[in-house]
Ligand binder design. Sequence first.
Ligand code: ZN
Length: 311
Amino acid sequence: MPELPEVETVRRGLAPAMVGARFSRVSLRRANLRFPFPERFSARLEGRTVAGLARRAKYLTADLDSGETLVMHLGMSGRFDVAMPDGSNTSPGDFYLDGAQGTPKHDHVVMAMGNGATVTYNDARRFGFMDLVPTAGLAACRHFAKMGIEPLSADLTGAAIARLFRHRITPLKAALLDQRLIAGLGNIYVCEALHRAGLHPERPAGTLARADGGPTPQARRLAKVIGQVLTEAVAAGGSTLRDYVHPDGSAGAFQQAFRVYDRVGLACRTPGCAGAIVRIVQSGRSTFFCATCQPSAMPVRVLRKRDAGGP
Ligand code: ZN
């Protein structure tokens, strides 16, 4: 599944074809993806110009000169092919492993742009979707109304983490994956950020807030490393997953880039640490961490007692 850095890479790849360009013809090959397309979808796009292409969490948003915004989500397997007028052809952020992706039978939306570019949406599993919502009500629309702060922005600070996590006894990893608190962080980057911050994934989230609600040094550190991890992943072109496993089963560039994810039993990459990466399961998903440089801080039961006014 594409995570935030991959979606940002897709945005950057789509921008030259779409921003400032007019939809000249939009062809739908089926009536729905994960959800039905909006009514008169093609007609509402055709003739309209894309004023800007942005990203919110794992969503792409294209503001149109009609006052509507095209909202796009890649789901599990969505990808775009971009054919430029000069004959170049790219699949920005193409990070999938399964050969089924990219075959023409999964081309569901073909957007011919007035500048000569063609943007094709391909989605083998069809968990992606597209929607049209009024631009003026974008933040309050059903996709974004309950969404937390944007992690790749100035909004993510130690103070914000402390405010969001205060009084929560939920494990730190679960709190970071809660899209209502911080939107767009996925399993891989949460594992990587917790390792860089030296924080145990089962540590109660509320321990990152001081008694007065302000941020602990750990909260500030965590905010900083989340930004670093995401920025590095975007800089890597969102291709971090592309070579994860080659068709012959050998590991690719992915394992060079990540410090804990899917590295169970391997040596910790923190300089001077003699620990090895372990795997636990939290909420049904794998967590990878180093117990040496991510020591457990405070058991949940201790925090519960404290919250209850006990010793
Ligand atoms: Zn370590």
